[in-house]
Design a protein around this ligand. Structure first.
Ligand code: HEM
Length: 450
């Protein structure tokens, strides 16, 4: 078949291209352009001189080519990753080439199945505390609540017994860093970082505080001869091999910040939407609760319980299909390449979008409908490997995916055992930043169970 060299796309406004549409409704615009122009679409945004041209790839085949089979040609060299690197350092999410390979080798052992299963105790401890805190409450906003729960959980696996020292600092500073990177990562022009603008100063101070708390905890542990724990901070401090050496203190802080950035809001969003969808769908909620109720009531849940929660796992996967926490993933091409029958030029900004592929009518029947049965093993096996890819894929796939699934499924089981949920808000307003963000509340009414 001939390769298409003229990639179709909207003309947009004469000078500004599609920038207003993208600003007004980023995610809706991507869905619409797929419907109108197909699976590979060229969009330009911004005035001449500051114009961004995006090559959007919406098919499962195209996503697989960019993330996996042609991954070496599609690098994290784009503006968003540059900004993230400058704000959050050269950690596992942002680094490339030799730095990346070295870091991944040193960090991978912290995310083996055995290690991750060991984090279950921290997960159930925090989820149980959340359930307890709801005792005298008739209604909660699950967006806020899951944000808090995910922050406490990731902080606990990072900092272990020092969680309380870290959690407030992170809670206060993290949104500042997050907003700053989102603003700069998607803006056509930014003031230099070393100018003393209010935004630069605020972000610098926020990063400084998070770094300082990491440094302080590491120093205190070393002074007490107590850096032999098995939280991530201790493991990072001790990581080393003959081939790769060790991580220096600056690299350790960068990894901590990256784990917080990559692992907090993403998991919170997935849990919040799963709970909200269950609150909207009583039948599916009852079915998920039946599984949770069948687990032994007299001990904390562990990783082995996951095998007994297949329906709840399917609910979470379906929530992540409809509301993928990373709705778009960006790369820049090195050389021209053929992607799904289209020629992508060299040096192009390329965007793949779980948000769109997960709702592609060629891959999913009745795509907007909530149906956890799409994730039975048979259904999963019958689909393209990249029809569902909330954790990315290929060599740069999410290192935290097993931890995140474990955390979310166990936490949902703890909450469903304790409460019946009924949705108050039917729609949750959304925005796309670094991650998908619920910008309004998702309130649910609670009925405590015996
Ligand atoms: C629902 C939860 C999560 C989602 C949806 C998610 C999504 C993703 C995605 C899409 C990527 C690939 C980005 C790209 O290719 O440009 C990624 C990478 C990564 N994620 Fe996650 N993530 C989640 C949870 C976590 C957690 C809990 C952690 C850590 C504790 C984590 C740490 C990372 C790291 C370090 C990378 C970079 C991996 C590498 O390049 O080797 N993520 N994540």
């Amino acid at each position: 078949m001939a390769v298409i060299t003229e990639i179709p796309g909207p003309k947009g406004l004469p000078v500004l291209g599609s920038i207003l549409d993208l600003r007004r409704d980023t995610l809706g615009t991507f869905l619409r352009i797929r419907q109108e122009y197909g699976d590979v679409v060229r969009v330009s945004a911004g005035p001449p001189g500051l114009r961004t041209v995006l090559h959007c790839v919406f098919s499962a085949e195209g996503a697989q080519q960019i993330l996996a089979s042609q991954a070496a040609n599609f690098r994290k060299d784009n503006q968003f990753y540059e900004e993230l690197r400058l704000s959050a350092g050269n950690g596992l999410l942002t680094s490339q080439d030799a730095d990346y390979l070295r870091q991944r080798r040193l960090i991978q052992p912290m995310f083996t199945k055995r290690r991750v299963d060991g984090y279950a105790a921290a997960v159930t401890l925090e989820a149980t505390a959340t359930a307890e805190s709801w005792r005298d409450t008739a209604e909660v906003d699950v967006v806020q609540e899951m944000n808090h729960l995910a922050l406490r959980t990731v902080s606990r696996i990072l900092f272990g017994a020092d969680v309380e020292a870290a959690v407030d600092v992170i809670d206060r500073n993290f949104p500042v860093i997050n907003n700053y990177v989102t603003q700069r990562g998607f803006s056509p022009a930014n003031p230099p970082r070393n100018w003393p603008t209010p935004a630069n100063r605020r972000a610098g101070a926020a990063t400084g505080e998070v770094y300082a708390v990491c440094d302080r905890i590491i120093a205190e542990r070393r002074a007490k001869g107590e850096d032999d724990g098995d939280d991530l901070l201790s493991l990072l401090s001790r990581a080393g091999s003959e081939q790769d050496g060790t991580l220096d203190p600056a690299e350790i802080r960068d990894q901590v910040l990256i784990f917080l950035l990559a692992g907090h809001e993403t998991t919170a969003t997935s849990m919040a939407f799963a709970l909200h969808l269950l609150a909207l769908h009583p039948e599916e909620q009852a079915k998920a609760r039946q599984e949770a109720d069948a687990l032994p009531p007299d001990r904390p849940l562990t990783a082995t319980d996951l095998d007994r929660l297949p329906y709840l796992t399917a609910v979470l996967k379906e929530a992540m299909r409809l509301f993928p926490a990373a709705p778009v993933i960006g790369r820049r091409s090195v050389e021209a390449a053929e992607i799904d029958g289209h020629l992508i030029p060299a040096g192009a900004d390329v965007l793949i979008a779980p948000w769109v592929t997960h709702r592609h009518p060629g891959l999913w029947t009745d795509p907007d409908h909530f149906d956890p049965d799409r994730f039975t093993p048979e259904q999963e096996a019958s689909r393209h490997r990249y029809a569902w890819f909330p954790f990315g894929g290929g060599p740069r796939a999410c290192i935290g995916q097993h931890f995140s699934m474990l955390e979310s499924v166990l936490a949902l089981a703890v909450l469903l055992r304790s409460y019946e949920l009924e949705a108050v808000d039917t729609e949750v307003p959304l925005a796309a930043g670094i991650t998908l963000q619920a910008t309004g509340p998702a309130r649910v009414r609670l009925r405590a169970r015996k």
